[in-house]
Design a protein around this ligand. Sequence first.
Ligand code: EPZ
Length: 456
Amino acid sequence: MTSLNQDAARAAKFVGLSADTITFHGGQPLDGRIEVRGAKNFVTKAMVASLLGETPSVLRNVPDISDVRVVGGLLDVHGVKIERDVEGGVLHLDPSAVKSAHMAEINAHAGSSRIPILFCGPLLHQLGEAFIPDLGGCRIGDRPIDFHLSALRSFGAVVDKLPEGIRLTAPDGLRGTKIHLDYPSVGATEQVLLTAVRAQGATELTNAATEPEIMDLINVLQKMGAVISVDADRVIRIEGVDRLEGYDHRSLFDRNEAASWAAAALATRGDIFVGGARQPEMLTFLNVFRKAGGIFEVADDGIRFRHPGCDLKPVVIETDVHPGFMTDWQQPLVVALTQAPGVSIVHETVYEQRFGFTDALVKMGATIELHRECLGGQKCRFGQRNFIHSAVISGPTQMHGADIEVPDLRGGFSHLIAALMADGVSRVSNVGIIARGYENFLQKLKTLGADFTVES
Ligand code: EPZ
């Protein structure tokens, strides 16, 4: 598996960055309009779902991000023919020649993506076997796949551990089953959906994740011919069918990207219209944005986010699964909270180590203390287990420029915001990682008036 830095360099090249360091001249508000396209954490799964169809699929509103390119490469080595209209954001996926791929080929394309694990069900259905390399992904915790493997075994898959990954087979086919998730894992829910839709018989999944990206994947599978219901108590029921057809689907917008730009408006005292953003999927974020003092206006074609022109307000945030405050929203917002007079608290309950990005903010002048205690209303899985998963942010603090390195995707975006907000010059390195999930972020920053140069 490639290292995150190698992955960053690959992604940096992808966005036309000859080097992966940007020099920012901070202190300018970000003002203007940018467009957000499809959700990274949906389109990559919908691409995998195309493997299940006996006919080609069309996916629309696809962002030009390196995670889409990575999954495209993985599908390609498995024989899926892909036509990309990058400008138009349309993918044509033809799985008719699907074939097994060797671990080395998969490894060469997987980068630090975690998506390969979701190929298991579709490949077992189509080919009777699957090879999955050891997974990467942002270093924000251990990120095990025990729920995934336990679910696959429950369907009847045989999992063999190899030196470089795992090999799965389904000697007796895959049969519907009952699965309970100890934690409503997004990935494990997707694993069950992508396997159950073609399994023999019915599957019941309890304590499932129900994020909007999951619901849009269910929309896709239903279009393909699947029979799926979702109960209010997080129980998903799937009746396996013998055949699925290709789909034609337009992705929901990327609410993580939209929330990141909203936080950037708050942190830089700016005013950003995020085209494509929709209120329903951002309800909880909008409540916190308002409580922090931000002003938003919902339009038919997007949402306007702006700084109030007066002091921000401190807030207490507890991340949670949907419909709670998304874990991916807290990093960019923490940067804005350094400017709120008073004490803000963030209790991160989804990942055990997701405050690494705050080191750079402290280096730039922020006052942020990290704690292993659960500083929130609910006890979480990480309490008293020596995981630093609560942050106390005291503000306002004057931030000054510094040399900082991007640690992961969302933390990386928070570093861009910090460099834009701080007085003086900041050099942000390893920025290629940001291209994994933020389409054309350099062009968008230019459009919004950011003052920066890309080091050659
Ligand atoms: C998805 O990751 C997203 N990534 C993450 O976004 C997002 O933060 C996360 O869901 C939560 O919403 C993609 O969709 C590609 P999980 P995923 O399985 O599926 C534990 C971003 O920045 N767990 O819901 O990997 C796990 O350790 C990324 O876009 C197990 O213990 O998340 C974590 O504590 C970051 N065993 C919790 O569940 C398992 O087998 C949530 O993980 C699987 C998960």
